[in-house]
Design a protein around this ligand. Structure first.
Ligand SMILES: [Zn+2]
Length: 308
């Protein structure tokens, strides 16, 4: 039975993500930092990540692909152990795979889901956990993956609708939940300066990043990569909130990333930089305050500014 009579409200962060591993890469520092500050952290993952690639060749077998949702659930659980997060939920959709693939048409996929119905599922969790702060992605989903775009779509709708009794009234009329109005909505951001810094560092060490233009790239390819980067990255001055996650939160994030074994290879350019190299670029997590129902002054250094 849901406890809606509890009077104590702990400041609560809800991070909304597409697949297991996105939470750690995108908001792991914020999550670990909030836990350390005594705040409640609830992770919502919209799919189980069943369609992901398996980056470790020895593990890249049909059996593991068939079980990938389960494998990634275990990876997620281990990662949460490092971040100190004890509450996480899944919205229940099937991974839609990369844009343009057959998985986009799977009737169970997040991409094919009815948007109002999907937002209603997230509203249910917002009313259940009563977060003050919600994070999601930008309208490009960070990098154009269908599940990430949908995560944005449901995130902004749930933020608007959870406090509105006109939406999903059965949730409080029949299910014992009350409308809940979250205070702040953020989008994760990758500042342009981080890309430059990482690219420079990788060049120095002789590695290429997925941002690096291949030597044989045609002008069309270069233009395409630039257009992609423009949608993915934000100018530093557009960042409203720089969250210092250096120290223990960053160490926890680094450790948590290594639990997503099937997804992030030690040979990937990000990992080859090692903790010291990685720390240089990711000591701050960047967010854009998309909507606020409390007073705050920008730029901020705390997702809970104006709340606690
Ligand atoms: Zn993802």
């Amino acid at each position: 039975m849901i406890d809606v009579t509890s009077t104590g409200h702990r400041p609560t962060l809800m991070t909304v993500h597409a697949h297991p591993d996105d939470e750690t890469i995108g908001t792991g520092g914020a999550m670990a930092k909030a836990v350390a500050a005594g705040q409640r952290v609830v992770l919502i993952t919209c799919t189980r990540g069943e369609m992901g690639d398996i980056v470790v060749p020895a593990m890249d077998t049909p059996e593991n692909h068939r079980r990938l949702g389960e494998i990634r659930a275990v990876e997620l659980e281990r990662a949460m152990g490092h971040l100190g997060v004890t509450e996480w939920e899944n919205l229940g959709y099937h991974d839609s795979d990369m844009m343009g693939r057959v998985g986009n048409h799977d009737p169970r996929s997040f991409w094919k889901a009815d948007l109002d119905e999907a937002a209603g599922r997230l509203v249910w969790f917002v009313r259940r956990y009563r977060p003050d702060v919600i994070t999601t992605y930008n309208d490009f989903g960070g990098y154009g993956h269908p599940d990430h775009i949908r995560t944005h779509d449901v995130g902004i709708r749930a933020f608007d609708r959870a406090g509105d009794p006109a939406w999903y009234p059965e949730q409080f009329e029949e299910e014992g939940l009350e409308p809940w109005t979250p205070s702040k909505l953020y989008e994760q951001a990758i500042p342009a300066s981080v890309r430059e810094q990482m690219e420079a560092r990788m060049r120095e060490s002789g590695h290429k990043s997925f941002w690096s233009v291949p030597d044989d790239a045609t002008p069309e390819k270069i233009a395409e990569m630039e257009a992609f980067a423009a949608k993915m990255l934000v100018p530093d001055e557009a960042v409203t909130t720089w969250l210092d996650v250096s120290g223990a939160p960053l160490q926890a994030k680094w450790d948590a990333i290594h639990e997503h074994v099937t997804q992030i290879s030690d040979e990937s350019p990000f990992m080859l930089m090692g903790f010291d190299g990685w720390r240089e670029s990711w000591a701050n997590e960047a967010y854009i305050l998309r909507e606020s129902r409390v007073e705050t002054s920008l730029p901020e250094t705390d997702l809970f500014a104006g709340i606690v």
